[in-house]
Write a new protein. Structure first.
Length: 355
């Protein structure tokens, strides 16, 4: 749109200093020819076509001086394909070819220079606009990358904090076991010894009551330690450690967004260990693939290897039977097959797995 406005301005400037005697029907035809030429140059926007069209019009102007009136507008098209140092001398054609009126020739030269200047100014603006868009796109891309990296950093920090909490729970459980647990065990032994040494029957009920209290306290401590250790299991880290120690090449995918019940965690870990053991004993596999996924109503777990050797009496081992029993207790479903390698696919409903 800006190019069109500039071309109209150049044509109006060219006509403004044209003698009235030259403004006739023939001049109007030349105007239409110049407009058609510049429109074709702008439409195709190719160097070769622009040279042919503007060159043809310039040759015509040599034989028909009235054509020089509209030649400046074609300078605008030529400058789109050549630098200013190659086009700056084009307006001098009006001083070489003129109708004897030097004032008009100088004016046309001036209009030609203006046309070239505006064309190169517009070209420079377009270049700066392209650079600006590129900078904007680069900044947008960098913002997206930075946002993603920040998100990854936050997730990484969240994982570190979660692991730190789990490690702290493990430490607390270990400290309770090593201090209070041992103290209670020693107190129970001392109570038993006291009961055996007691000669006063009146003291025996009190000693028995103390023994019951210490026993209940010991059981409570054991349950608390058990709960702490179960809560401190990080399934992803535990699975990665098992896979790393397996000696196989592995592929691991973990897509769990919420905390998984301990019963399901323990089940998946036992299944993974048993599957690796079976692969090591009965398969010629080199790759183990593990996928853990959470869905709105269920957890899914897949263990597969790429072995080509099918074991005899498949599915009748004690370990595999134990897997089926554990999954059944959680209300889940287990499917095993040997197509393209040994695969174990498990689905456990969330409402069952949380029991």
């Amino acid at each position: 749109m800006l190019k069109l406005a500039i071309k109209i301005l150049i044509i109006l400037l060219s006509i403004s200093n044209t003698p009235t005697a030259m403004l006739n029907i023939f001049t109007f035809i030349l105007l239409l020819l110049a407009i058609t030429t510049t429109a074709l140059c702008q439409y195709y926007n190719r160097k070769k076509i622009t040279l042919i069209l503007t060159g043809s019009y310039a040759i015509l102007s040599l034989f028909i001086p009235a054509g020089l009136i509209f030649l400046p507008v074609l300078f605008f098209d030529i400058s789109a394909h050549f630098s200013l140092k190659y086009t700056i001398f084009l307006p001098l054609i009006f001083l070489v070819i003129n109708d004897g009126n030097m004032q008009t020739a100088f004016f046309r030269t001036l209009v030609g220079v203006v046309a070239l200047g505006l064309a190169h100014l517009l070209s420079r603006i377009a270049e700066l606009d392209a650079v600006n868009k590129e900078i904007h796109d680069t900044n947008t891309s960098q913002k997206i990358i930075l946002t993603m990296k920040n998100q990854q950093l936050l997730e990484s920090q969240s994982d570190v904090i979660h692991l730190s909490k789990l490690q702290e729970r493990n430490r607390i459980a270990r400290d309770i076991h090593d201090t209070i647990g041992h103290s209670l065990s020693r107190a129970l032994l001392q109570t038993g010894a006291l009961s055996a040494m007691n000669q006063n029957e009146a003291m025996q009920p009190a000693i028995d009551a103390l023994k019951v209290t210490l026993t209940n306290s010991m059981n409570s401590i054991r349950n608390s330690i058990h709960d702490l250790k179960d809560d401190s299991i990080d399934l992803k880290t535990a699975m990665l450690q098992i896979l790393e120690e397996s000696g196989f090449k592995t592929s691991f995918s973990y897509d769990i967004n919420n905390e998984m019940p301990n019963a399901v965690k323990n089940c998946f870990l036992i299944v993974l260990k048993e599957s690796i053991t079976n692969t090591r004993k009965h398969s010629n596999a080199t790759l183990i693939t593990v996928t853990v996924a959470e869905h709105p109503a269920m957890y899914q777990f897949l263990v597969a290897d790429n072995g080509t050797k099918e074991p005899s009496e498949a599915g009748h081992g004690i370990g595999l039977q134990n897997i089926h029993e554990r999954i059944s207790e959680l209300g889940g479903y287990c499917r095993m097959n040997y197509q393209g390698g040994f695969k174990t696919f498990i689905t456990i409903p969330k409402e069952k797995g949380s029991v």
